[in-house]
Design a protein around this ligand. Sequence first.
Ligand code: L34
Length: 294
Amino acid sequence: MTIIDGKKLSEQIKTELAREVAAIRDSGGKVPHLAAVLVGEDPASQVYVRNKVRSCEEAGFKSTLVRKDVGITEVELLEVVNHLNDDDDIDGFIVQLPLPKHINEEHITLAIDPKKDVDGFHPVNFGRMALGLPTYLPATPFGIVTMLERYGVETAGKHAVVIGRSNIVGTPMAILLSRKGRVGDCTVTLVHSRTRNLPEFVRQADIIVAAIGKPEFVTADMVKEGAVVIDVGINRVDDPAAPRGFRLVGDVAYGEVAPKCSFITPVPGGVGPMTVMSLLMNTLKASKKEIYGA
Ligand code: L34
């Protein structure tokens, strides 16, 4: 059993990015600049955005954090987005999700200039992903693909079962794994809350991607011997003995599942840090105008 160390791999990629950015800067080029918009005080979102800003600093990127009160209106947030679209120094930006209930996330996503949409959430970028055209891959699926690639996990012809159909993880992950390519060529089953006999499908998987947001949902009886298990869940479970009053638990019952796996990602230190690093990789692509040209 091999633990896929997302923390270590993300540090390695950060070093590679830092080297490239230093070379760009030294030859008089533009240092990549990422902006992140954070609305409200959601504790998990604050941690994630802080990790993004810190990683930018460590890789030598410029970063701008735009913080807005939870009471901001949709119109005001759209103005923030337009401002970032028009700011020539900013190569790419994200609006951290989830947004407060009174703001329609789709309206915000649609307002982001696809050239600056380093989250890859805009329908133009999502469509390009689905067609296999150059694009900004959504950060979490991009991070997962990178882990499978760098750990030499063979995917061609394998049966992948993706659990969860969210726009930002499950749906794009199922598409990417089904496409032609080094990390692809899988037969994919996408299971979700309305699937009948879900465990029966999961038991057939060579590769499991768990992205449902339910602590320890995937148990050992659902996992075939030798399976590759990618755990996307980051659930906070109350734990009075823990320093922060909670501990992080994945969507996979790690303790009982790990011994059956060929590869498994831990939580924390698995997919999460790779999500952050993928965003930086997309931002570098944006600053080099790799996807959309000048
Ligand atoms: N717009 N919203 C937008 N883009 C994204 O790509 C995200 N996502 C998801 C939530 N909303 C978003 C993230 O940034 C999830 N996500 C994310 C980012 C970082 C981490 C986890 C999820 C992360 O750094 N995880 C660490 C530690 C977590 C902790 O201490 O709480 C880990 O080791 O898993």
